[in-house]
Design a protein around this ligand. Structure first.
Ligand code: DP6
Length: 387
């Protein structure tokens, strides 16, 4: 007898960034954050969990390779799942003694640094929660794996409340609006070729908390106001306000990185070229049309409404020429538009070739879903199907 569950979970990209913890072990943040969940058909983590009396030990395989189960964050997630199951009496006591096999993979390159841990932990925890029949909020369990993962537990627009309790009981994610509230919301991920060696988010934010003076100012004076304003902009579908706050918050996050000591630089020259292009584009329109945001890496996530997608894509192709045009735009299909020559004239000469690796076109999406077509990553005996 065994229990096998497979789920897929989406990536989320924050518009108000989570940066800084008040508790490292419980992963409790110092500020609220807000994000948009992206379509899991384009970018997702897929995880199969299998619980069985036949397994001798807990085992995990990630992206085709066996990994150690001693990882503290992974252990914390499984421990919390089991203790919730015990409290909720959702499974038999004997089930809690059985070992678990986990196999997980991302359908996008992990190397690109695209919120893979958020999708990965959200998927792992959602699958475990299903296997152990947990009814209570799972965002606080996903949070134990990676802070940003708690927001991938919901679709649409999501707010992670920092909470004030020392045990983290009120540090949970809540959906602000689902994807159908603003279905025109689209995203373009601009994958920058030049992948710098970077310091991890966990280490980076710790350094900022310890050394940046601007950090305290952000947490106390900027984020609370911005969170309220962006939640209102989302509820009222005010794109201009949404975009302005998104860009300002990304810029402030990177300013704090630079104010850390020694400074942390996640963005590259290409990232700044993208920022320049977006501001120029917005300036020639009466209203802001596109927002950019950058996580702990050089890749941009652009938020824009559907109608703007073909135009900006043709501009991107002009400004950032590629030597692999047939592989340059991936993700959801787009309607190609003839390049607007008046628009091009306003912009400078194209940059050198291949500054951008490729672009992913996607939209707002749902939270984790169960895969019911039987395409598990573990076979009936609980071993990876691809090894
Ligand atoms: C810049 O969630 O990766 O993407 O909680 O230590 O695992 P840990 O950090 P992580 O940090 C994400 C930071 C960010 C901003 C955000 O997603 O809000």
């Amino acid at each position: 007898m065994s229990n096998i569950i497979t789920m897929i979970a989406p990536v989320n990209i924050a518009v108000i960034k989570y940066w800084g913890k008040r508790n490292e072990e419980l992963i409790l943040p110092l500020n609220d954050s807000v994000s948009v969940t992206l379509n899991a058909n384009v970018m997702c983590a897929k995880t199969t969990v299998c619980v069985s009396p036949n397994f001798l030990e807990d085992e995990i395989w990630l992206n085709g390779a066996k990994e150690s189960f001693t990882n503290q964050r992974l252990q914390n997630c499984l421990k919390e799942i089991k203790s919730r199951a015990a409290v909720e009496r959702s499974v038999d006591d004997i089930f809690l003694t059985w070992k678990v096999h986990i196999c997980s993979e991302n359908n996008f390159p992990t190397a690109a640094g695209l919120a893979s841990s958020a999708a990965g932990y959200a998927c792992l925890v959602s699958a475990l929660a299903k296997a152990y029949k947990i009814k209570s909020d799972v965002s606080s369990i996903a949070r134990l794996g990676s802070g940003s993962a708690c927001r991938s537990v919901y679709g649409g627009f999501v707010r992670w409340h920092a909470g004030v309790e020392s045990d983290g009981s009120d540090s949970i994610a809540v959906q602000i609006a689902n994807k159908s509230h603003w279905p025109e919301m689209s995203a373009l991920i601009l994958v920058v070729g030049d992948t710098q060696k970077k310091i991890s988010s966990s280490k980076g934010m710790k350094l900022s908390v310890e050394t940046s003076d601007l950090f305290q100012f952000r947490v106390q004076n900027c984020v609370p106001k911005r969170v309220e304003e962006i939640c209102k902009a989302i509820t009222t579908k005010d794109f201009v306000k949404f975009a302005e706050i998104t860009m300002k918050d990304s810029n402030q996050f990177h300013a704090i990185c630079l104010d850390s000591y020694p400074p942390i630089t996640y963005m590259t020259d290409t990232s700044y070229k993208i920022i320049e292009m977006i501001h120029k584009y917005n300036n020639i329109h009466p209203k802001i049309k596109i927002a950019y945001t950058f996580d702990a890496g050089p890749n941009a996530c652009l938020y824009l409404l559907e109608e703007e997608v073909p135009k900006i894509l043709s501009l991107i192709q002009h400004i950032f020429p590629t030597s692999t045009p047939d592989k340059f735009i991936t993700g959801l299909p787009i309607q190609h538009e003839k390049i607007d020559t008046d628009l091009i004239k306003i912009f400078s000469q194209p940059h050198q070739k291949d500054l951008l690796k490729y672009v992913i076109h996607t939209k707002i999406g749902d939270g984790p879903t169960e895969v019911i077509d039987g395409s598990h990553l573990l076979n009936e005996c609980g071993w990876p199907t691809n090894l």
